[in-house]
Write a new protein. Sequence first.
Length: 307
Amino acid sequence: MTEILDGLRLSRLADDDLELLLLVRHFELKLLELYGRGDLNGTTHTCLGQEYVPVALRSLLGPADHVFSNHRGHGHYLSRFRDPHGLLAEIMGREGAVCGGVGGSQHIHRDRYMSTGVQGESMPVAAGVALHLKRSEPGTLACVHIGDGTWGEGAVYEALNLAALWRLPLLVVVENNGIAQSTPTASQMAGTVAGRAAAFGITHRLVVSTDVNEIRLSLEREIARVREGQPLVVEFVTHRLGPHSKGDDIRPADVVQAARENDWYARYAHDHPEHFHRLDGVVKAEVEAVADEVAARPLSRWEGSCV
Ligand SMILES: Cc1ncc(C[n+]2csc(CCOP(=O)(O)OP(=O)(O)O)c2C)c(N)n1
Ligand SMILES: [Mg+2]
C-alpha cells in the first residue's frame, strides 16, 4: 500500500483541467439551486468536493476504455464527455437529453459509459466487460467507480475474485468519503479497503492528495499495468461537501468543517488566485447559460435509445 502524501500547495493546473473542475462544481451547485426552486424532480447526488477524482483520471483513460459510474456520477460523465447540455437535459427531461430523459441523474448510457444507482451492480458488469476487452481489445480497461459504503455489497467480492483469478484489466476507483448516506464508514466497515483488496492479491493504492497533476503522475504506471491484466484498486480518501442527496445532511458541524478545509476549490483559489479568478466567473456564466437554454427547451421524448 503506497500513500501519496498531500502537498502543502496545489500545483498549477492546465486551463482545461481547471475549467473542467469548475464546470462540475458550478453545474452541481446549479442543480441544487434548481431543486431548491422546485424546477427539478426526482433526486440527485452531487460530487461536490470529489470532482478532482474523475478529472485526474481522465487523461489516464482513453475513448476505448469503459467507465462505469454510480449514483454520484455527474463529475464522471462531464469528465468523459464535457457535455453539460446533454446531462442537464437528461436530468430536466428536456430535448437533447443523453438518454431521452428516462435515465435522469443516475442511469446514463453513452458510448462506453454507463451509470447505475444500484450499489455494487456495476462491479460484476465491469468485470465481465473487462473479460471481453482482454479477449478482444487487449490494452483497454474497464474502470468502475464505487463508494466506501458499496463495499458492503457481496457482488463486489465476486467481481474482485474473478478479476484476480482471470487477470482482468479492471480498475476499481473507490471514492472513500467516509460515509454512506448517513452511516459513517467506521460504523459499518470491518477492516479496510486495502485489506480486502489484499485478500484477493489485488494491488491497492491510497490517494490522499487532491492535486490533479500529482495524482496522475502517481497512478500512471499502475494504470498501465491494469491494461496488461493486473487489476487495481485505487482508494481516494475524499470528502463529500454537500448532503447525501438534497437536504439530508445530518453530519456534525466539525465533520462538515473538515470537508470544507479539504476542498480543492478554496485551496486552489488561495494558491493560484489569478488563474482561479480568470476562469471561475467564465465557467459559472457558462453554466448559467446552459441552464437557461436547456430549461427553455421542450420536454424530451423517448426515441428508443440513448445517444
Ligand atoms: C443495492 C442498493 N442498496 C441501497 C441503496 C441506497 N443507497 C443509495 S446511495 C447509498 C450509500 C452509498 O454509499 P457509498 O457507497 O459510500 O457512496 P457515497 O454515497 O458516499 O458516494 C445507499 C445505501 C442503493 N441505491 N442500492
Ligand atoms: Mg461514501
